[in-house]
Design a protein around this ligand. Structure first.
Ligand code: 0O2
Length: 236
């Protein structure tokens, strides 16, 4: 399962001869195939977890007359980001190393309406008996110093292929619309690096925005509970 990225590697010497075309090293073809297979498996794992979340949303929306989940986004980490992360951590650059060391190759982001929906959805997901929880990070109860809020789960799910069953890891980030709004803009602003002395002031501004957003999330939840207490329903 090794992808050796070293151009001087002996792998390059065992070439497959393609008449009148470039010589493609056989080992490179095998490595590319191995990587493609792994990415296909992560894609399937995303599909499985997404289906579970959609089923929960359908059931809860019938039961409570409103959707707890506003949106589900997903992505398989880009190869360049995989290589960067492995390199940053001083780990081997290979498919095997990716599978062993990275928990977020398959990523799902669940955007919920209200803060309590996050915990409802997360608890229902992890109590399913084919799901194993690897880690939970609650950045809602314990926000990051910069103000980042989100609920992060690394879960493992079995995926059945033609001849094997693989336990695949998926990162699930669950947050409200408001938390997602802040995180998306924060992510964009990270690319604006040359701000010199203004960096601290801007970080403080961003953190204050995150606090305002969190307070608004709490007020929106209180309004919903108030409506429910009056016997009303919040329509989907
Ligand atoms: P991308 O492009 O979103 O995948 P890790 O590096 O993931 O192994 P860490 O930092 O302990 O280890 O993981 P954590 O804290 O669970 O955060 C992982 C992901 O959460 C990040 O993935 C981001 O998606 C998101 N995140 C964490 N902190 C912040 C933040 O301050 N701002 C924003 N906008 N997002 C954050 P990646 O790999 O960084 O990027």
């Amino acid at each position: 399962m090794n992808i050796n990225m070293n151009p001087n590697s002996e792998l390059v010497q065992s070439a497959v001869n393609v008449p009148n075309l470039v010589q493609v090293p056989e080992a490179l073809i095998n490595q590319a195939h191995e990587f493609q297979m792994a990415i296909m498996m992560y894609t399937c794992a995303i599909r499985e977890v997404k289906t579970k979340l959609e089923v929960l949303n359908d059931e809860l929306s019938l039961r409570n007359q409103r959707n707890p989940i506003e949106m589900i986004k997903s992505r398989v980490k880009r190869p360049v980001s995989i290589v960067e992360k492995l390199h940053r951590r001083g780990l081997p650059i290979s498919t095997e190393s990716m599978v062993q060391n990275l928990d977020d190759v398959a990523g799902i982001r669940v955007i919920c309406s209200f803060v309590d929906d996050i915990y409802t959805v997360a608890n229902m997901l992890v109590s399913q008996d084919d799901i194993t929880v690897v880690t939970i990070k609650d950045y809602i109860r314990n926000p990051k110093p910069n103000g980042y809020r989100s609920y992060h789960l690394i879960i493992e799910i079995p995926v059945f292929f033609s001849e094997t069953k693989k336990n695949m890891r998926v990162e699930v980030q669950i947050r409200t619309i408001a938390m997602d709004f802040w995180a998306s803009l924060d992510h964009q602003l990270k690319y604006k690096k040359d701000i010199g002395d203004a960096a601290d002031r801007i970080s403080e501004e961003l953190r204050q925005c995150a606090d305002v957003i969190a307070a608004t999330d709490q007020r929106m939840l209180a309004i919903r509970k108030d409506i429910e207490a009056q016997g009303g329903t919040v329509r989907k």
